[in-house]
Design a protein around this ligand. Structure first.
Ligand code: B12
Length: 220
């Protein structure tokens, strides 16, 4: 299939227009390394491109989770904003004659890995995507399409981290054992140390992002 550079630029421009801060496009064949349910084809059979979008979390309030215990409702503010961007981008693609689907947050795709595969940035020692402009302080979502978009170059290694261990040392949960992120430790600590900003609203630990020198360049 012939990839369309002009269409790719138009899609990226449209993403910026609706408020997206970072955008990259990944080749769906690279997702074969993930379990079947976490591949783009689970959402659109003839996927030819995975669009990953990122929203810069310029204010921590945007990271708040709101729970309404008695009705099982729960919202994450930043994610609701990005989901809205996704629906606009989907509409744009449909209007241009292509198929498109917005990927659900869960199970969805592995978003930070998808972003690294799209060439947005590497996965750092903090176990997160590091973007050149906003460090790790972005939240992500994805759209799949059959549009013939051009792909970014996957990034395998972090040029930022090298001898830096600031995130590892700063982790309040000590979740990095011998430098390797341990999900269960992070998860358990974070759930018992939420910052409660109102009766139904909490903010998760964000330390490994905030201390990252690449993030700091732009924040505070
Ligand atoms: C489950 C989950 C959690 C769980 C478990 C975390 C975990 N890492 O497993 C808990 C609740 C603990 C959690 C915590 C946090 N999370 Co979380 N989480 C997720 C979720 C839903 C799935 C993550 C996942 O399973 N990834 C897949 C597995 C395979 O990755 P992994 O094992 O973590 O990491 C491996 C790969 O990255 C791989 N790898 C390394 N280098 C490379 C290079 C390439 C090219 C590839 C392909 C792979 C690769 O090696 C790693 C180790 O095995 C995603 C959303 C989503 N749908 O993706 C958000 C997500 C990863 N979380 C996010 C955030 C921000 C956080 C927190 C900061 C909390 C907060 N304030 O929101 C912390 C940070 C924890 C940390 N340092 O990793 C963001 C990350 C944004 C970014 N810049 O990367 C995401 C993408 C959600 C979002 N809203 O955008 N999270």
């Amino acid at each position: 299939m012939v990839r369309n550079q002009k269409l790719t630029e138009d899609v990226k421009k449209y993403c910026e227009k609706v408020g997206v801060d970072v955008v990259g496009i990944a080749n769906p064949s690279l997702f074969n390394r993930f379990p079947e349910g976490f591949r783009p084809q689970a959402y659109l059979d003839d996927t030819t491109a995975v669009i990953i979008i990122g929203f810069h979390l310029y204010d921590l309030v945007l990271d708040a989770w709101n729970y309404k215990e008695d009705s099982n409702k729960s919202y994450q503010f930043a994610d609701s904003i990005i989901e809205n961007f996704c629906h606009k981008i989907k509409k744009y693609l449909l209007k241009n004659g292509f198929k498109a689907e917005v990927i659900s947050y869960k199970p969805g795709l592995f978003l930070k890995d998808s972003a690294a595969l799209a060439g947005i940035g590497p996965i750092g020692k903090n176990n997160l995507l590091i973007t050149p402009t906003y460090g790790s302080q972005v939240r992500l979502r994805a759209i799949v399409t059959n549009a013939p978009l051009t792909y970014g170059e996957p990034i395998q290694e972090s040029k930022y981290c090298k001898n830096c261990n600031i995130c590892i040392k700063a982790c309040p949960a000590n979740a990095f054992i011998n430098g390797k992120y341990t999900k269960s430790i992070c998860d358990e600590w974070a759930r018992s140390n939420w910052e409660r900003i109102s009766p139904h609203t909490v903010i998760w630990c964000n330390t490994c992002i905030e201390v990252c020198p690449v993030t700091k360049k732009k924040i505070g």
